[in-house]
Design a protein around this ligand. Sequence first.
Ligand code: BG6
Ligand code: MG
Length: 212
Amino acid sequence: MPKVKAVIFDLDGVLISTDHYHYEAWKKVTNNLNIAFDEQVNHRLRGVSRLESLNIILEQEDVQLSESEKQLLAEEKNRYYVQSLQKLNKEIVDQRVIVTLTKLKERGFKLAIGSSSKNAQYILDRLKLTSFFDAISDGNNITQSKPNPEVFLKAAEYIVEDPGNCIVIEDALTGVRAAKSAGMACVAIGHAALTDEADYQIETIDEILDII
Ligand code: BG6
Ligand code: MG
């Protein structure tokens, strides 16, 4: 592996367990629509944009809706989701996240976020994590979500680093694929660690400190 100079973190499911809030918000929308939705389908939404997530849910149940109806449902889901985000504060951040980010900064790595979420900045602010990062690449600055590499390539551009010197931490298979197609090394955690598509698999975030 070339020398790693920068670490790009996915957010939901890596730095904080908001992935479950996404699931609960979609569950409310699908219950209102009276269509099926379970944890298995939810895994396919990891790393995928809000609207694309809705398309996956509807496709699964063969439901056809107009673009404006979909837009309204995506907005409804986000309202439920943002309500859950009110529970976030710095006390609920896993100490291993703080230790890992602090040590990586001390060792001189550039740190960035590479998330498909349009709520990334809001979440980082609520968790008081924003100041750890040199740049945030998120759902607001991309046109194609993971597995397209755009979000990670933009992160590398923002921190002025060669993609080959970056390592990505991901919990989504779509995110692992995005990192690999960006030409970056990738560490899988959580759900993504169930496959061997990433270069490394870890159980807890502080294990990164032994890899790089
Ligand atoms: C990703 C999540 O981080 O963000 C996806 O893994 C989610 O599940 C996507 O759909 C978009 O999030 P948001 O906050 O813009 O609706
Ligand atoms: Mg994720």
